[in-house]
Design a protein around this ligand. Structure first.
Ligand code: CO
Length: 134
């Protein structure tokens, strides 16, 4: 079912400072910050030759990533995103095997304009997993 690694998301407190570090210190190709109001995050995309990194920081008062900073004061790896050919097929496969999706059972449109779902870290060895349609 799994395809390529689409991105790794890193939660950061200060997205300007993190962007600077990736651009100026690590020499990566870093986008301007983009507010994703419907997801409650501001995102910076970092393009690497073989994958992407997303720096994410809370946007607004009820950001779904705010709680992450309670356990991870300085931020850290928040989730990894794998590609799947067909998101509906992935949902059917997983729910048949009794895995639950975070939120309702419908895919949302993610930061890349493609349908995504999130799976519980407790089911996948402590890692929050995002599946994104190719
Ligand atoms: Co993501």
């Amino acid at each position: 079912m799994l395809g390529r690694l689409n991105h790794i998301a890193i939660a950061v407190k200060d997205i300007k400072s993190a962007s600077y570090t990736y651009r100026e210190i690590l020499g990566a190709k870093v986008s301007e910050p983009s507010d994703q109001i419907e997801h409650g995050v501001t995102v910076v995309f970092i393009e690497l030759p073989n994958t992407k990194i997303e720096l994410i920081t809370p946007l607004g008062e009820n950001s779904p990533i705010s709680n992450f900073f309670i356990k991870n004061k300085n931020g850290g790896i928040h989730h990894i995103c794998y590609e799947v050919k067909n998101i509906e097929t992935a949902i059917i496969n997983l729910t048949k095997k009794k895995y639950k999706l975070i939120g309702d059972n419908n895919p949302k449109i993610g930061a890349h304009g493609k349908p995504v779902i999130f799976l519980y870290p407790s089911d996948f060895y402590g890692t929050l997993i995002e599946l994104q349609e190719e």
